[in-house]
Design a protein around this ligand. Structure first.
Ligand code: IMP
Ligand code: MG
Length: 337
């Protein structure tokens, strides 16, 4: 299984950070390449008593044997990259492609000051939309022009393809989620790029024939931060009764909460070509599932819930996350071995 893409099946915040960190420690990939839009994403990893909210560096950094790359399709805020390199201590194994678009101060200002972006769409204000506009207009500055990033410049597509050709394991870490795709999502309440597996492959320079697995991640319920349609949304009061209160990693905004949306999930499975599913945050819905590590130890209502997701979507659930620590996971791949 040399190449696996990890993607979100809802509106982002499915728990990709934790899942990629677990998979990295368990499966030991040679490369983890970040794909997706850019620093609008916040992937959270709890590791050895510390919490990391990563916006640019791959979440699998916790596995020290992996080279960490950012593919040319990803927007880069050099300040954020440098800060995260320091925070994670990973500068000696990090590379960024010179063709990445740079997010400039003016892009952030445009994103923050635009009434349309802030009031109608509810963007993260991180400059991603305006930077992608600059790229499409062919006026954007590229990472190869940023002196502070010069030590890290590399040809990401070449590194990734060579590694796959050697039969090594490569992870492509997507960001955001299916419903936020500029093409397939709830337009215009979406991000500034497609956010499905095919685009994640293109972001790091991999052709479709090189991809073996697509791991699609779903929360056991649904959350959405920012504006736009949300058919299965419940009231904040109801969410509080269920004990589900969440805030965004990047913006700190309170997330809207809803039930699992099977219609959205089926479409996400189809368009991403999912081969495996992860269900996260099962403990938030079934308290008896908290920190459980074996299928047999789950309460029966939690088991039925996961089985229903698997049956409705027609793709095996291979990982179930039951808490925020990396060890809080049921790995059905090894249980079934
Ligand atoms: P933008 O990507 O900052 O332009 O924001 C557009 C929409 O996508 C807004 O609704 C954001 O809240 C949402 N969004 C972008 N990135 C993420 C993410 O990583 N998680 C959750 N929502 C996101
Ligand atoms: Mg997030």
């Amino acid at each position: 299984m040399p190449c696996m893409i990890i993607a979100g099946g809802q509106w982002g915040d499915e728990g990709k950070g934790k899942v990629v960190a677990y998979l990295a420690l368990k499966d030991k990939p040679k490369i983890i390449a970040r794909a997706g839009v850019g620093p609008n994403a916040g992937h959270t990893v709890h590791y050895r008593g510390k919490t990391y909210g990563l916006r640019q560096i791959p979440s699998g950094f916790v596995y020290e044997g992996a080279r960490l790359l950012i593919g040319p399709g990803v927007l880069v805020n050099p300040e954020v990259v440098l800060k995260e390199l320091e925070m994670t201590g990973t500068a000696d194994r990090f590379g960024v492609d010179g063709r990445c678009t740079v997010i400039e101060r003016s892009h952030i200002e445009q994103d923050m000051k635009s009434e349309y972006f802030q009031k109608k769409i509810g963007t993260t204000g991180t400059g991603c939309g305006p930077a992608n506009v600059a790229r499409v207009s062919r006026t954007a500055k590229l990472v190869e022009e940023v002196p502070e990033l010069r030590p890290y410049l590399t040809d990401v597509p070449k590194e990734v393809n060579d590694s796959i050709d050697r039969g090594e394991l490569v992870f492509v870490e997507g960001s955001q989620g299916f419903g936020l795709s500029l093409i397939h999502g709830t337009y215009p309440y979406v991000t500034s790029k497609d956010t499905t597996a095919a685009t994640f492959a293109a972001d790091v320079g991999i052709g479709p024939t090189k991809v073996d697995e697509v791991m699609l991640i779903f929360k056991a319920y649904t959350s959405r931060v920012g504006l736009g349609p949300f058919p299965t949304e419940i009231s904040q009061e109801k969410a509080e009764e269920l004990g589900i209160v969440e805030f965004g990693t990047v913006t700190g905004r309170r997330r809207r909460i809803g039930l699992f949306d099977f219609q959205l999930a089926k479409r996400a499975v189809m368009i991403n070509g999912a081969t495996q599913l992860t269900v996260t945050n099962l403990d938030r819905m079934f308290k008896g599932a908290t920190k459980v590590q074996r299928w047999g130890d789950l309460p029966s209502d939690a088991k039925d819930y996961v089985t229903k997701i698997e049956e409705e979507l027609g793709v095996p659930v291979t990982l179930i996350s039951t808490g925020s620590d990396i060890e809080d996971i049921i790995d059905l791949r090894s249980e079934k071995l």
